[in-house]
Ligand binder design. Structure first.
Ligand code: SF4
Length: 481
């Protein structure tokens, strides 16, 4: 397969999983000899990695598609591909293809290996000769580019056509390539894709499909490669990460996978997200707590503080069950910290129900709360229900959650002042005139301290915590352990 070199740009919105997927796609493009560029304007291929969880990122994608449709009229060499949560089943693909003929390829991440075939069939550099024409030059003259396109690009100068690979099969084929540009101290390792749950507001299951776990051996090889490239901390990703292995022949558990990953020399820390309460078994808690490399932090969405709301959300657990799980986590995993996700303004949420949510936050005292306003998504169960909470009230409730949580986070962070914490240094950051090391404690608190020459990214160092805000800690780097 011979594919002329070109330039690509990946536009990514959404969760960590999307960002991890984009890195893998970047690796495939890198293997093809394509150069990543920071803007769509400079690219021959633009890949939109989309998110449908809320209306806002979808609107952004529609905005990008409109811009690209305009750009494509001026630049006949421009190819557009789309992936991520907006790509659901054949029907959603057909709808998008009809609305946006600018898109040349729709694919799911597990179909990313179609990219070489796609480019071989659809990509022809605008000028024959030494590689592709500089796109800045192409963009400089619409008349010239269209004229050249007509002469040289019979394949892509016609009506844009959507290539729609077969919908994802049950078998998971996640791209294992690692991007050169993705060398960093922390890395994502997607372990289970999709979701089998039926939360009434959530579009993910219909867009990402059922839970599909990657084989342990494949993950071990990939994790080893990531560590060889400099990663010191891996975050195992899944929409419901404790569901890892349930669909594999031997049903290895997440903690079994973590135990195997723990044997990798040079790997210092293992994190995981996102947790689903019903899958977090007693055995998992004990096993994770016994693995020194697994960091004591759990992101475990509760979504609401009222049983009636949880039922309407079809979350599949009661508050009593959730509270019992939190009690066990805190009892059996010393030092564990907790973050959660909540939704305000879901269909029919009364003042009293919302007050129960604030009560729960005050009771559990999460370290971090991610709060979102409900936004109806077509294709979900709740889309059929009345979205009856006015936007102004949703915003008011969102700010109320933020205010309650801010004071809790501040109190919890202030309790750490004066202690010594171990941080993994992730990067150097400029703050005004000062250079700071940014790192994280094992409990996932962000720490800043003056950057000195005795440390470098990837080091695990003790830090004395001097000050705290609701969002981060500031400290002083101490001599190595
Ligand atoms: S557990 Fe619920 S909210 Fe989370 S991805 Fe699955 S369906 Fe969506």
């Amino acid at each position: 397969m011979t594919i002329a070199p070109g330039k690509y740009h990946i536009w990514t919105v959404g969760c960590q999983m999307n960002h991890a997927d984009s890195q893998r796609v970047a690796a495939i493009m890198g293997d093809l000899g394509w150069e990543e560029v920071p803007t769509a304007a400079a690219a021959n291929l633009v890949i939109l990695n989309t998110c449908s969880v809320r209306a806002a990122p979808e609107l952004k994608a529609h905005g990008q598609l409109a811009l690209l449709a305009h750009a494509k009229k001026q630049r006949a060499d421009l190819l557009v591909a789309m992936m991520g949560c907006m790509i659901g089943n054949q029907r959603t693909i057909d709808d998008l293809a009809q609305r946006y003929p600018v898109v040349d390829l729709f694919f799911k991440v597990e179909q990313a290996d179609i990219l070489p075939t796609f480019l071989e069939e659809r990509w022809t550099p605008l000028a024959v000769g030494d590689g592709c024409v500089d796109v800045a030059e192409v963009g400089a003259s619409r008349a010239v580019s269209m004229e050249r396109a007509g002469a040289l690009l019979p394949v892509i100068s016609g009506t844009p056509m959507a290539i729609t690979p077969k919908p994802a099969t049950r078998e998971l084929h996640y791209p294992g390539q690692l991007a050169e540009s993705a060398r960093s101290v922390t890395a994502w390792l997607p372990v289970v894709l999709g979701c089998n749950k039926v939360c009434s507001y959530c579009i993910v299951p219909s867009r990402r499909g059922r839970e599909r776990s990657r084989p342990e051996d494949e993950l071990l090889d990939e994790a080893t490669a990531l560590v060889e490239r400099g990663a010191r901390e891996l975050t195992l990703l899944g929409q419901t990460v404790e569901a890892y292995g349930l669909d594999l022949p031997d049903q290895p558990s997440l903690s079994h996978l973590m135990a195997r990953l723990s044997t990798i020399d040079g790997l210092q820390r293992i994190r995981f997200m996102t947790s689903y309460p019903r899958h977090f078994t007693d055995a998992l808690i004990h096993e994770m707590a016994s693995l020194p490399k697994v960091c004591e932090h759990v992101n475990i969405p509760v979504q609401h503080g009222d049983d009636g709301m949880l039922q309407r959300m079809r979350r599949g657990y009661t508050l009593a069950e959730y509270r019992a799980l939190i009690t066990k986590l805190r009892a059996w995993w010393p030092g564990v910290t907790l973050s959660t996700d909540v939704i305000v303004g879901f269909c029919g949420e009364t003042d009293a129900e919302f007050a129960h949510l604030l009560d729960l936050l005050r009771e559990i005292r999460f370290d971090v709360v991610h709060v979102a306003m409900y936004s109806p998504r077509q294709g979900t169960l709740s889309y059929k229900w009345e979205d009856d909470i006015p936007l102004a009230l949703k915003k008011e409730r969102l700010h109320a959650v933020e205010a309650v949580q801010q004071s809790i986070s501040l109190e919890l962070n202030q309790a750490v002042v004066g202690t010594t914490q171990e941080i993994l240094i992730e990067e150097r950051q400029e703050q005004g005139e000062r250079m700071l090391w940014k790192g994280r404690t094992r409990s996932n608190k962000i720490v800043f301290c003056p950057a000195d020459t005795t440390a470098q990214p990837g080091d695990v160092r003790p830090v004395r915590i001097d000050r705290a805000s609701a969002w981060s800690l500031q400290g002083t780097l101490l001599a190595g352990v």
